[in-house]
Structures are given as structure tokens and as C-alpha cells.
Write a protein that binds this ligand. Structure first.
Ligand code: ATR
Length: 288
């Protein structure tokens, strides 16, 4: 890659940031399409966020991904945000269009594409979503077309609150409740799709899972948003039960692809991005 005076700069801001996969994924895509772009990671402390966004304006940085802990606080420093960001209260992508900073959130669309592109049928299906954090909210919001949605969370109030907001928004049945062996087992019985959006099973707790192997079935689609390890305990158990399994790498890739498309107006080279992410993940431990 030849960097010149015309090279457009994109990046990711967060804290911590040293294990981010985003430079690997985006630089692989820029190179593949011969785009004169480069992608860097910036560690930005919470107290420095406003200065960082001013720096984006001052330096003419073209696009940024935003990760923990800035996804909500960044909104007040942008010029405009799309309706998804307004609903979620969090942004993960910024586009600098001739000095105007626009905020987007590609997590939900990333999850939706990960499901669809891997053959999951969503229309009128029952989805059991574990977790009610930021990722869960984005995923739930993107699942408008499903028939029924049940959200279970360790902190039950968060699941109930999310279910109430979504039920109002979609005008359909959305139920929220506590996450326990009983509630998971019971709800899984008539679910078509199970999505784990909690951090359970993430490195260094690879052996943890919420779902007992005997509850899994071959007619289930199981998506785990955890991508480190690449194959979580839940994914292994689901595979052993003959279920369709979609790994967290898929959501990571498709949300990255949606950001890439906002910055470049080009179709993202999904397979190149996937290979780059998997290469990195199969080497040293990493996180977004
Ligand atoms: P993210 O942006 O990745 O969604 P988050 O907003 O911090 O991160 O949400 C983390 C989710 O994982 C929450 O649903 C959290 O449950 P609580 O709301 O009760 O905290 C869930 N989670 C994290 N550790 C968990 C554990 N050990 N068991 C069950 N749920 C867990």
C-alpha cells in the first residue's frame, strides 16, 4: 500500500484499543479494492473524546469506528445521526462528509446480514435473544420482521424495559424476563433462532455457556456474537446437536462491511474481510 498526500484516513477510537481487529479487516479490504485509504487505531480516553472528534474535523479524517466506552457519549459531538442511532442511543460509525460528521450504528444491520447471508430464515420465526446490553438492543431493533421475540437477561429489568420499548415500536409480541436455566430451557423449546448476545463464553472464560447441550436441536439456528474464541462452547454444542451455527465473526464482518460501504461507497469484499479476521483470530487473542 503506497501512502501519499491523497490517502484518506479512517480509523477506530476506543479505550482499550490495542487488540482491535478493525485495522486488519479494513486495510485488507482497502488493499483488495486498490482504494487509496488507510485505517488506524487510536486509543482515546473518555476525557479526550471531544478533542478527538475535533481532531477528526481538523485533520479531515474521513471515517471512524467508535467502540467502548464512547458509543453513547460520541453522539453529542456529531452534527447529525440517523434514526437507528437515535433509537439505540449509540453510534459505532462516523462519516465525515465535507466537514459534516454523521453518526450511524451498523451493529444491528451487521447481525441481520450475518443471519440472512448464512441462510437463516427470519420471517415469522420465534427468536430467543440472551442479553439486553448495547449489542442486544441493536440486534433486537434490526429483527423487526421476526414473528416473536423473547429477551432474557441476567438483570431482568433491562430485558423487560427493552421488550417494552420494542413491543411499542414494532407493535408485536416482545417478551422480556430473567435469564435462568428454567427460562432458557422453556423458551428454547418452541424457538427457531437462538442468539447469544451476552459475554458468556468469551475469552478467558471459554468453557462457559448458558445453554445446556441437551436443550439444543438440529432444527435450531444458533448465533453467538462472541468471536473470541472463534468457536464458542455454545457454537460447539450447537454444531454437535446438528443446528445451523453462525459465529460471532460473521456479525463482526458484516457490521464492519456496512461501515466500509458508508466510507467508500463500494461493496465490501466480504470474503477478504472474513479471511483477514479469521487469520488474526486464529493467531494471537484479539478483540474488537
Ligand atoms: P455489549 O455492548 O457487548 O452488549 P454490554 O452492554 O455491557 O455489552 O452488555 C453485556 C451483556 O452481557 C448484558 O446483557 C449482561 O447482562 P447484565 O445486563 O445483567 O449485566 C450480559 N452478561 C455479561 N456477563 C454475564 C454473565 N456472566 N452471565 C449472564 N449475562 C452476562
Amino acid at each position: 500500500m503506497a501512502i501519499s498526500g491523497k490517502t484518506r484516513v479512517c480509523g477506530v477510537i476506543g479505550d482499550p484499543i490495542e487488540h482491535t481487529l478493525s485495522p486488519t479487516i479494513h486495510n485488507a479490504a482497502f488493499n483488495h479494492l486498490n482504494l487509496d485509504f488507510v485505517f488506524l487505531a487510536f486509543r482515546v480516553k473518555a476525557a479526550d473524546l471531544e478533542k478527538a472528534i475535533q481532531g477528526m474535523r481538523g485533520l479531515g479524517i474521513h471515517g471512524l469506528n467508535v467502540t467502548m466506552p464512547h458509543k453513547s457519549t460520541v453522539i453529542s459531538f456529531l452534527d447529525e445521526v440517523d434514526p437507528t442511532v437515535k433509537f439505540l442511543g449509540s453510534a459505532n460509525t462516523i462519516l465525515n462528509k465535507e466537514g459534516r460528521l454523521s453518526g450511524f450504528n451498523t451493529d444491528g444491520v451487521g447481525a441481520l446480514k450475518a443471519l440472512r447471508e448464512n441462510g437463516a430464515e427470519l420471517s415469522e420465526k420465534k427468536v430467543l435473544l440472551l442479553g439486553a446490553g448495547g449489542a442486544a438492543k441493536a440486534i433486537a431493533f434490526a429483527l423487526a420482521e421476526v414473528g416473536e421475540l423473547v429477551v432474557l437477561n441476567r438483570t431482568a429489568d433491562k430485558a423487560k424495559e427493552l421488550a417494552a420499548v420494542l413491543g411499542q415500536r414494532f407493535g408485536k409480541k416482545v417478551v422480556g424476563g430473567p435469564l435462568s436455566s428454567d427460562t432458557v430451557q422453556k423458551n428454547l423449546r418452541d424457538s427457531d433462532i437462538l442468539i447469544n448476545s451476552t459475554k458468556v463464553g468469551m475469552h478467558p472464560h471459554e468453557n462457559q455457556t448458558i445453554v445446556e447441550p441437551q436443550w439444543l436441536r438440529s432444527d435450531l439456528t444458533v448465533m453467538d456474537i462472541v468471536y473470541n474464541p472463534i468457536e464458542t462452547r455454545l457454537a460447539k454444542d450447537a454444531k454437535a446437536a446438528g443446528a445451523k451455527v453462525i459465529s460471532g465473526v460473521e456479525m463482526l464482518i458484516y457490521q464492519g462491511a456496512a461501515s466500509f460501504e458508508l466510507w467508500t461507497s463500494r461493496s465490501a469484499p466480504i470474503e477478504v474481510m472474513r479471511r483477514a479476521a479469521l487469520n488474526r483470530l486464529s493467531g494471537a487473542g484479539a478483540s474488537k
